[in-house]
Design a protein around this ligand. Structure first.
Ligand code: NAD
Length: 276
């Protein structure tokens, strides 16, 4: 594959770039994932709440790609937190995906007000011990939530998937993850494609390298060491977004992008988000 792996804290290899399918309806997911697999993606990021695990699973099955060459992630939805409910929800997700193991299973949100992420994580540890997920981790956890898991459970999460893009660079979280051996995975890596791709500094770097703004932003993530999961349903963009491993940003480029941080979230604040 054209995508290099990063090595998770348990030795499992995860492609540094994958395909995200949030907001892709189930009926379209099969086609989008098939296009991505054809373009060389080997990692797919879905979630129970996205409602497209079935379409995703169909594309995986139809691809003919050997299971061990693929890296499939899904996430436990908020309403299913708690030890027993998590085990049931995991079975339902595997069933929809048509798989007998997952590569990575994540808790979607910490829901601090519900105070059940520790029990929930213990169910992930059981799933991991049974070999039904090759790695386990979390999403949208703040360092304080990770601290609690580190104190009260035994397996260090392999990954924390958080909102991260040039307008929300998450330096403190990335530093904390690096200290603890947790990989940082960036969601909405392109800032959802909104204003970010028109920012003059990014457009200028794109012109300098003869690349697109999306490729510049993805390359910035890659050079920072983040795992990225850009989403698109447009075939030309799906191809463009994986084509970021044959050029390099220089120190000035990185500095110019680093200067764009505004600590501005597009999504909810994990400290208060409690939608079930
Ligand atoms: P993204 O940053 O990947 O942006 C996607 C949008 O950017 C597309 O819909 C399109 O409008 C635009 N785009 C994509 N490629 C482009 C290109 N080459 N040129 C111009 N525009 C382009 O946003 P996202 O979908 O929010 O995030 C990516 C993935 O992260 C999701 O699909 C999902 O898998 C994951 N995610 C996880 C969480 C979480 O809570 N864990 C939350 C949001 C997203």
């Amino acid at each position: 594959s054209k995508v290099p792996p990063i090595i998770l804290n348990n030795g499992v290899e995860m492609p540094q770039l994958g395909f995200g399918v949030w907001q892709v309806p189930d009926a379209e997911a099969e086609k989008a994932v098939a296009t991505a697999l054809e373009a060389g993606y080997r990692s797919i990021d879905t979630a129970a709440i996205y409602g497209n695990e079935e379409g995703t699973g169909k594309a995986v099955a139809a691809s003919g790609i050997a299971r061990e060459k693929l890296f499939v992630t899904t996430k436990l939805w908020n309403a299913d937190q708690g030890y027993d409910a998590t085990l049931r929800a995991f079975d339902a997700s595997l069933d929809k995906l048509g798989l007998d193991y997952l590569d990575l299973f994540l808790i979607h949100w910490p829901l601090p007000s519900k105070d059940s992420y520790v029990d929930t994580y213990k169910a992930l540890e059981k799933i991991y011990a049974d070999g039904r997920a090759k790695a386990i981790g979390v999403s949208n956890f703040l360092p304080e939530h990770l601290e609690r898991l580190l104190g009260e459970t035994s397996i260090i999460p392999a990954v924390n998937q958080i909102e991260l893009h040039p307008h929300l660079q998450q330096r403190a979280a990335r530093e904390f993850h690096a200290e603890q051996g947790i990989a940082t995975e960036a969601w909405s890596p392109l800032g959802q494609g909104k204003g970010l791709l028109e920012v003059p500094a990014i457009v200028a770097i794109a012109q300098k390298h003869g690349r697109t703004p999306a490729q510049i932003v993805l390359r910035w993530h890659v050079q920072l060491g983040n795992v990225v999961i850009p989403k698109s349903v447009t075939p030309s963009r799906i191809v463009e977004n994986i084509d970021v491993f044959d050029f390099e940003l220089d120190i000035e480029d990185i500095a110019a992008i680093s200067a764009l941080n505004e600590d501005r979230r597009l999504g909810p604040d994990p400290a208060t988000f409690d939608v079930a």
